[in-house]
Every structure is written in C-alpha cells, then in structure tokens.
Design a binder for this molecule. Sequence first.
Ligand SMILES: [Zn+2]
Length: 445
Amino acid sequence: MSEILIRGAACVVTMNDRREEISGGDILVRDGEIAAVGTGLTTTGATVSASGCVVTPGLVNTHHHLYQSLTRAVPGAQDALLFGWLETLYPIWGRMGPGDIRVSALAGLAELALSGCTLTSDHLYLYPNGARLDDTIDAAREIGLRFHPTRGAMSIGESAGGLPPDSLVENEHEILEDCIRVIDSFHDSNPGAMIRVGVAPCSPFSVSRELMRDAALLARDKGVMLHTHLAENAEDIAYSMARFGCRPGQYAEELGWTGPDVWHAHCVMLDAPEIALFARTRTGVAHCPCSNCRLGSGIAPVRAMRDAGVSVGLGVDGSASNDSGNLVAEARQAMLLQRVARGADAMSAREALEIATRGGAAVLGRDDCGRIAPGMRADIAIWDVSGVESAGSWDPAALLLAGPTRVRDLYVEGRAVVRDGEVATIDLPAVLADQRRRAAALAGI
Ligand SMILES: [Zn+2]
C-alpha cells in the first residue's frame, strides 16, 4: 500500500457533486485512488505541502492532434481559413514518420501536463511513412498521462473530390482492420484505465458515408467511443449541404453518430435543433475556443449548449491551429469568449473550470476522473497561487481570471508527473532538442 498526503492547501476546489471548496484542505491518496478529502488528515506515507496553493482536479483535454506539435506557426498556414489551412499543411504532414509522431506527441503531452492536464484524448488521422497509433501510445506511457487515443482516418482524396492529397488517404477496409487491431491491443475498459482507444474518422469531408456508418457499427460492437470533427465553420456547413443535402447534425444522426458514446469537436455552427438533438441523445462536444479564434471559425454556442444540457468538455486542438497547448489557458479563453458573445455573466471562472475538469471527464465517458472525491482516481493539479500572476487575489477564481498557467505539481494515478514546475518523468530538454531538429528537417532548413 502506498500513500501520499497532500496537505494544507489554501483551497481544494473539489468539483464534487456539491462543488465543495475546502480552505486548508487535505487529500489522502492511496494506491492511485483518492481515499479521503477534508482537513486534519494524517498518513504514515509521504506528505506534500500545498501551502499557498489552489488544488483542483486534473484538467481533461477532449481534442488534440499531438502530431501537429511539429508544425507550429507554419508561415503559409498562419492566416488561412480551415480548408486553405489544411491544404497548406497536408503535404508537410505527409513527410512525417513514426519518430516524428512519437516525439511530437511527447512534447505535446509535456506541454499539457505543465498546464494541469492529467487526461487527454488524441485524434491521429494520418499515418505517413509507417506511422501508427502505437507511436503516440508509447509517448503517453513514457510520460505517464492518462490517454484516450483515437484511431482517425481519411479515405476520400483529391481525385475523389475530397480535400486531402491521395497520398495521405487510406483504404477503408484497412482502416477498419487497424481500428480492430489497436482496440484489441490497447483498449482497457476497466475503471482506472490509463489507455482507452476510440474510433475517429477525421471528418465528414474526408471519409465516405459508408466509413462513417461502419465505424459507428464497429465502435458499438467493441464498446469504444466515437469521435470526429463536426460543424466547425461556415465552409463545413456549406460542404455538408452541397454534398449530403443536409446539415451536419442530421448527417451524424443518420449514420449513428449521436449518443453518450460519441463526442464531436468544435460544433461552432450547431443550430438550435442540433443543440436539442445533442442534448436529447447525450452526445458530447469538445469545445476548442483558441482554435476557433485562430481559424476565424466563430464562437461556439457553449452557453446555449450547457443550458440545454449538452455535455461539453474543452480541447486545445492541434498545435497547427492554436498553436498553444496550454489547457488552463484554454479554459480562460472559453470563459472570455462566451462573455464576448453573451455578456460578462455568460460564464463564470468556476463554470469554465468545471467544463475543463468534470465536464471533460463526462464527455470522455469517465465517471472515475474529473473530481476530487473519495473513490476517484488520484488525478490532481496543484497550482502555486503565491506568485506574481495571482498576487493580491481574493478568491480561487483567480486561477482562471489571473493565473498561474503552469502547475507546481501534477499527479496522475497518484504518480508525480510534474514536480516543482518541471516534468518529472521524461528528459524534456532532450525531447525538445529532438523536436527542434525534426521541425527543421520538415521545414527543409
Ligand atoms: Zn481538430
């Protein structure tokens, strides 16, 4: 039996069912699980002081493309809308290989960890030069984050009227075969799982109607979740109307892509009937505010979604369209964006933090993460609020209204992944040096 006592936090923001906040709070962790939360707790194991810190559940990231950490701030893609942005980047991504995918994932996961993230999904939808989903899973195991990789795919290339070059698309039969392989190899449906695999055709504009339908059938047969991009911007809606004769929500519903085991990224352009559909079917949304701003896609109707009862989590999205992967900063942006759209009372800091923690956990189908409560997994972020970013603050809400944007310590399954502001599980400087070499090689420098 191993125990850790996190003791004497300025405030433990539990995000439990009563949304309790405990001044001077302690958390007792036993064998990767939260054993007790309160004050005056004791242990015979190790003690970690959280004096001067706000302690929150680990943040949950519901949408990412970790391979894109190698293509940040690419000049030709900096100011383009979604479709033009994709057409600039596809040829660059086509030059990547397994080592690039792995190192890019490792750097992206480190960035997430430093910003408070303990559980992340990833959407890998291209597999150039022998790359496999396994490359990202290796990276997640090495750094120690809880990981929900999704086996993405593209099958409609340029010659068939799709957007990606033919060299980046795969045969649909082989896509489904590889989905089965990675689910059988890596998916863990047990409580406390560190790896859960999902099935994730890239978007309705890059795969066929048949693959969308078959992917849903396969996922249900295997008991795994489904993920894709949906209703991201006006171009996306126009494509859906022109090609399928219906809006994205209707297309998704017809092909089995609604339900509590489905979550869609972006959903910026969902209309009222689609929001009602998502609420009725308990379909989840990965809200990616920075990416939506960066690509000029619009402001997702998150207030309306939440009011209707839609399950919403946060996503940083890939680093070719954010280009930051800082999840607590993303939560702040989510809060600010709803205020721009709807007024200063449209979203509180606490609600944004709720979306970033238990909201994301619900979207990913995890009832064992996203809260600090007995029986939950010990995924915990400790934020030092004694520094300059939040000096003079009156309330834990300062974490989102002010800062910091980097954790002091981060625990995943009771294991320290970040300690004293540094990643404790990998040699990050070596990873970043490798990352720089690989980015320069891709750029042809
Ligand atoms: Zn995306």
